[in-house]
Design a protein around this ligand. Structure first.
Ligand code: GDP
Length: 444
């Protein structure tokens, strides 16, 4: 995940503050100097860093801190507020046109993730608003882009309008819009062409499409991995097209994150979503306060809960809860649960969203042992259906077979079964509200 180094650096800065009864002007100067270096290393644009540091100094050297009961905490809270402000303050919702269809135009350089984002957004609109979107494939210079969008459309069962590569993008958009109006679609997502770098011809074409379609949203898609370039690209696109919002993709990668921190300040346009992976579900609404909290290592429980809610099928969860309470939870349920948790994303990323995790010494380096999980899965997958349903006793002979079948040792299999039984007892205790049973399970 992006920002890892920045988080670590900032936590180092705050550590020196902790426990201080008084924060002097010198302390503030010292820590803001360190924050400045940390931000520059994270590839945040210089003017943004300067403004940020100035704001923190202005506030932290004033009465706000000297009269606070806990001055160190007050400084951290000022940094949090200023970081939230730099990121845009509040959530910027996707705009909707008062009359249908709402037209959304995707622009950006090639490879930024426009087409992928179009698919992610169409899916979101369809699932959350029951919308009936139409996607228009107007990237005629990269034939693969049209196929890519069509494949996404098939996957999502969302229609894609295209005329191959022979027609001009402006005409394709015109015809596509006519079709959308005719079919009373409520959203139109236009996937436009990108170039490897900004050029006049591209901008000219985008301006023509804009003039024709009069979109409610012009969303610029930028790749977080490109760092300062992303901020520069955003500035140019905004000057040329007056964009309405920014999407930052590939925040899952190992980027320093500076783009996300610079773009709002440089363009004045809000970040609306972030892309956090290649899958169609890897889209997050951008909340400046949550992002700030995550960057400062304070966790992001809200996003975690939302992720869990969107991944877990309610009916399935209710069934599972019932099984837990009645002690019918079996090995098949176990696998199902593992799969659900894993579908939320890499486990060590999820761990980082838990507040305080990053402050536990060494926790940043803890790698969730995905191998151990794979091992447990292999054991269950080697079981017969009857074994998975707990209908037969897993005697030593069966355990030996499971060990051989899953490529584990006999001892590993025993350990796993013991752990499964313990957690089952705990779950039952939890679900039935019987704390004693739960403690008993834990103590074993
Ligand atoms: P376009 O040229 O702007 O339409 O870009 P594409 O949508 O084709 O994306 C380019 C590449 O980036 C593809 O391989 C995508 O799978 C990948 N990609 C897009 N968004 C994300 C993201 O949020 N995270 C990661 N890791 N990859 C992404």
């Amino acid at each position: 995940m992006a920002f890892e180094n920045l988080t670590e650096r900032l936590q180092g800065v705050f550590k020196n503050l902790r426990g201080k009864r008084k924060v002097t002007e010198n302390d503030v100067l010292e820590i803001t100097k360190e924050i400045r270096v940390a931000l520059l290393e994270a590839d945040v644009a210089l003017p943004v860093v300067k403004k940020f540091i100035r704001n923190i100094r202005d506030r932290a050297i004033g009465t706000e801190v000297s009269e606070a009961l806990n001055p160190a905490q007050q400084v951290i809270s000022i940094v949090n507020e200023e970081l939230t402000a730099i990121l845009g303050g509040g959530e910027a919702e996707l705009l909707k046109s008062p009359k249908i269809p709402t037209i959304i135009m995707m622009v950006g350089l090639q490879g930024a993730g426009k087409t992928t984002f179009a698919g992610k957004l169409a899916k979101k609109l369809k699932e959350e608003q029951n919308a009936r979107p139409l996607m228009i494939a107007a990237d005629v210079y990269r034939p693969a882009a049209i196929d890519q969008l069509k494949t996404l459309g098939e996957q999502l069962d969302i229609p894609v309008y295209d005329e191959g590569t022979a027609e001009s993008p402006v005409n394709i958009v015109k015809n596509g819009l006519a079709k959308a109006r005719e079919e009373r679609k409520d959203y139109v997502l236009i996937d436009t062409a990108g170039r490897l770098e900004i050029d006049d011809k591209l901008m000219d074409e985008l301006r023509q499409i804009k003039a024709l379609a009069e979109p409610t949203e012009i969303l610029l898609v930028v790749d977080a991995m490109t760092g300062q370039v992303a901020a520069q690209v955003a500035k140019t696109f905004d000057e040329q097209l007056d964009i309405t919002g920014v999407i930052i993709t590939k925040l899952d990668g190992d980027t320093r994150g500076g783009a996300a921190l610079s773009i709002r300040e440089i363009t004045g346009k809000p970040i609306k979503f972030t892309g956090t992976g290649e899958k169609l579900t890897d889209l997050e609404v951008f909340y400046p306060d949550r992002m700030s909290s995550r960057i400062l290592g304070m966790g992001d429980m809200l996003t975690l809960i939302e992720k869990a809610q969107s991944q877990f099928d309610e009916e399935q969860s209710a069934k599972l809860a019932e099984k837990m309470a009645e002690n019918r939870f079996d090995y098949s349920d176990f696998i199902e649960q593992l799969d659900q948790v894993q579908s939320m994303g890499p486990l060590d990323e999820i761990m980082k969203m838990i507040p305080g995790m990053s402050e536990i010494p060494g926790a940043a380096n803890v790698k969730v042992d995905e191998k151990e999980i794979a091992r447990q899965k292999a054991i269950v997958l080697s079981m017969t259906p009857a074994e998975r349903r707990l209908e037969v006793e897993l005697n030593p002979a069966r355990r030996r077979r499971l060990a051989a079948g899953s490529g584990n040792s006999y001892v590993d299999v025993n350990k796993f079964i013991k752990r499964f039984n313990q957690s089952k007892e705990m779950m039952q205790g939890m679900m039935s509200g019987d704390m004693n049973a739960m403690m008993a399970g834990m103590a074993k």
